[in-house]
Design a protein around this ligand. Structure first.
Ligand code: 5HM
Length: 296
């Protein structure tokens, strides 16, 4: 049986349903604001719960959501990288957010998986805390811990602030808090990566996955995405796609290595990964690399 959050409203079963709700909400109730000179329609604040965090992929064909970009971004975070070239390989617009080839604000994996001096990583501390005190309310990953000192005029300032884990009824629930969230480009990829972090933590703690709750202080749609947003609303919501249970995290270092090989144009070493789950994700990247080569 699926766990319920204690919020009765805005609960969804899949990322496709979330996307539709968010578009409808902003297009029907949004007000007009233009931060940094770019006009958006905005609802502030907005929150929803995804009851099944494995239904994290937007499958609506019209959206052209890129599974490869989602996996590439996830592995970039999992490797604690801030190297912008890796993200640019999957999506060129990332180049505009880099300073000296580095992503200084939105390097969420670097914030939580890196050790700082003698201190353990936030990830290790939070999982250690939940192991010793499963009921804790202190298991908060802080994405604003970066080398950039959160300079407010930087091209990129972390949009996600925190991800909190709460163990309740033997399930691992998660609450993401974002200061700013773009419904079309940001939300589907943010939901993907944060629920992947949630599932990683659930596996490490030996718990079932619970719900994923997402709060955005500003949920918005840019004018340039309005046509696409309207087309998505007009289209049918597809049957949701649920990813398999995550394969063993022991494979992750090797999966990260295979991703690096693919970007360098080397053949993937599937035999090195003893997990059909991770092999399937590497295959998505392999196909992406081949298509990219053909189109260049
Ligand atoms: O002015 P501001 O820093 O909020 O602009 C960043 C834009 O990128 C916003 O539209 C924000 O919602 C979007 N964004 C997102 O939705 C950016 C990142 C990168 O951290 C993200 N999700 N993860």
């Amino acid at each position: 049986m699926r766990s319920r959050s204690q919020l009765a409203s805005n609960e969804f079963s899949s990322a496709d349903e979330v996307q539709r709700w968010a578009i409808e909400l902003v297009l029907s109730n949004g007000t007009s604001v233009s931060p940094r000179g770019q006009h958006t329609m905005e609802v502030c604040p907005a929150s929803f719960t995804l009851l099944n965090p494995r239904s994290r992929c937007v499958t609506q064909a019209e959206r052209k959501w890129s599974f490869a970009l989602a996996i590439g971004e996830f592995l970039w975070h999992a490797s604690a990288s801030d190297d912008a070239r890796v993200l640019e390989y999957y999506a060129r617009p990332w180049a505009a957010f880099a300073v000296g080839g580095r992503i200084r604000g939105s390097c969420y994996g670097k914030s939580i998986f890196s050790t700082r001096g003698e201190s353990p990583s936030q990830w290790a501390s939070v999982l250690g805390l939940l192991t010793s005190d499963p009921d804790s309310r202190r298991a908060v990953l802080d994405f604003r811990v970066t080398d950039s000192n959160n300079e407010l005029d930087a091209p990129d300032v972390a949009c996600a602030s925190t991800l909190q884990f709460l163990v309740r009824q033997n399930r691992l629930n998660a609450v993401a808090v974002m200061r700013s969230n773009d419904v079309v480009w940001g939300l589907p990829y943010d939901m993907f990566v944060f629920t992947m972090f949630q599932e990683m933590a659930a596996q490490k703690l030996g718990l079932e996955l619970g719900w994923y709750h997402h709060h955005a202080a500003s949920l918005h749609i840019y004018d340039r995405h309005r046509g696409l947003a309207q087309a998505l609303l007009a289209a049918k919501v597809p049957n949701s796609h649920e990813m398999d249970v995550m394969g063993s995290l022991d494979c992750l270092p090797n999966v990260i290595e295979q991703e690096r090989r693919l970007r360098q144009g080397l053949a993937p070493e599937f035999a090195q990964i003893p997990s059909s789950y991770w092999v399937a994700l590497v295959k998505v990247l392999f196909d992406f690399g081949r298509r990219k080569l053909q189109s260049s």
